[in-house]
Design a protein around this ligand. Structure first.
Ligand code: BG6
Length: 484
């Protein structure tokens, strides 16, 4: 058999991320004939035989892939290979005969192992591309634990790998809504003139999840909501909502613009943290008839844990476009619903309105979950003899019949194989996000988060971040409004 042109090596091949997300994504791309002759090599500590790995992949796909099909599986399994070993140069050296001219290494590993894995691969000589080929390294999040550790990890990785070879993945950048935010903002002429502090009152970015910590306590109890969701995913949504228009569509220009936003965020100090950041931890609560246990009762969570499962921030940007506009970001586990959105409120209208019309402030809402929609809340006349008005919802799902959507991992794996860095994080994006959050992390080493009932809208304290005339949008879904 001819040697494949490209190989993907997954380090951490027996882990949850690989089974739940990476392999189903690769399988779908395979069924769509999008990955050519790509060879997929699993690497992990477990001393499994080839057959054992195949069985593991097979069972995982049956459980997690959308359309498992026996004939497709037969072709997919021919791509697979497996090697076991530690994250040491000598051990990973066993992968050498399996590498192709184009090889992508995917670190689907606990964050504490990113540095060791990059070193081992580098020392084995794998960062050097053969003539006409390429070598790339995909790194999962979180990149570092705070600013200092992120810088150290960068230095460690740069010992063997160039920045351009490192693809820091943030799966939110592969989400349709995130990419639509860029398209919708810049492809619509009517938006740009009003996308600024003169017309926008506030921006709310909410990512609420009904899920609890599940079986991830080992990771989550060290991370917490601020590191798990805000530092990466929500800061990315925030910077895309706020960036300046690009002169050229280019990965580096886009990333420069995002960094510019992050650099313009007004910094918190130890004294101002409380005005800008709120944390909460879910306690036992009821959803319908089900009683859900509190975070501290979850398996693997210490009974005195002060890890936050909810975090909210108030960010202000010190530039001409956004001066005075608060950006509120929040994310929490075990919330009332899976309601996630970027919601932009426009300012109140000046001047007189006809008759009885009381114009409500407009909202433009980009819904991520439960459905991907865009909604404009606008005012219109109520039919009748009077000149009366009310708010109407103009909602558009942006997938049409026949559109073939891709999951975030499908999208980003394709980008990584093609070498498109647009939707990956450059180190300075990570760095500036940590700069903003470092004072919060320091402050939160003391005290404890406010409890909120599982299944609720989060801690009361979140309201103190808001300006007097602002209110959080409801996390509960309203029947009839969300099924578009
Ligand atoms: C992950 C977080 O990055 O994103 C999880 O680690 C979170 O805690 C998840 O649940 C949310 O993303 P999605 O795409 O699954 O809604």
């Amino acid at each position: 058999m001819a040697k494949p042109r490209n190989t993907l090596v997954i380090l951490g091949a027996t882990g949850d991320l690989t089974r739940r997300l990476l392999l189903p994504a690769l399988y779908r791309l395979h069924t769509l004939n999008l990955i050519g002759d790509l060879r997929i090599v699993g690497y992990a500590l477990e001393q499994w035989s080839h057959e054992r790995f195949e069985r593991y992949v097979h069972d995982g796909l049956k459980k997690f892939a959308e359309d498992f099909d026996a004939a497709q599986w037969d072709r997919f399994r021919a791509r697979l290979d497996y090697r076991s070993g530690e994250l040491k140069a000598e051990a990973v050296g066993s992968l050498k005969p399996l590498l192709s001219p184009g090889t992508l290494f995917y670190l689907a590993l606990p964050p504490s192992l990113f540095g060791a894995a990059a070193d081992a691969l580098g020392e084995a000589g794998f960062a050097q591309a053969p003539r006409g080929g390429w070598r790339r390294l995909v790194v999962e999040k979180p990149f570092g634990n705070d600013l200092d550790s992120a810088k150290k990890l960068r230095t460690q990785m740069h010992a063997h790998w160039k920045e351009l070879q490192i693809l820091r993945i943030d799966h939110f950048l592969g989400k349709e809504t995130t990419q639509n935010l860029m398209v919708f903002r810049f492809a619509n002429r009517f938006l740009e003139p009003v996308w600024n502090a003169q017309h926008i009152e506030q921006v709310q970015i909410t990512y609420a999840e009904t899920l609890g910590v599940e079986k991830r306590a080992g990771y989550y109890d060290h991370a917490g909501a601020l590191r798990d969701m805000l530092q990466n995913h929500l800061m990315q949504l925030f910077s895309l909502a706020a960036i300046e228009p690009l002169s050229t569509w280019d990965a580096e220009v886009l990333r420069d613009h995002k960094v510019e936003v992050l650099r313009s965020v007004k910094r918190f100090t130890a004294r101002t943290v409380d005005k800008h950041a709120v944390r909460g931890q879910y306690a036992a609560g009821k959803v319908g008839r089900r009683t859900l246990r509190g975070y501290r009762e979850e398996p693997g969570v210490p009974a005195d844990s002060i890890t936050e499962t909810f975090a909210a921030l108030r960010l202000e940007i010190d530039n001409w476009r956004w001066e005075g506009v608060p950006f509120y970001l929040r994310s929490g586990k075990r919330m009332a619903s899976n309601c996630s959105e970027i919601a932009v409120q426009f300012k109140r209208n000046p001047g007189a309105l006809p008759g009885e019309v009381a114009a409500e402030q407009n909202w433009m809402i980009f819904r991520i979950k439960p459905n991907q929609t865009m909604t404009l809340l606008a005012n219109a006349k109520i039919p009748g003899l009077e000149l009366d008005g009310r708010q109407v919802r103009l909602t558009a799902p942006y997938a049409e019949d026949g559109d073939s959507g891709f999951s975030a991992y499908e999208q980003l794996l394709m980008d990584a194989l093609e070498g498109d860095r647009t939707h990956f994080l450059r180190f300075d994006e990570v760095e500036w996000a940590w700069r903003v959050l470092d004072p919060v992390l320091k402050a939160w080493k003391r005290g404890k988060p406010e409890a909120y009932a599982a299944g609720s809208e989060g801690p009361e304290g979140q309201h103190r971040l808001l300006d007097a005339d602002h209110q959080w949008r409801p996390v509960r879904l309203v029947a009839g409004e969300d099924d578009a």
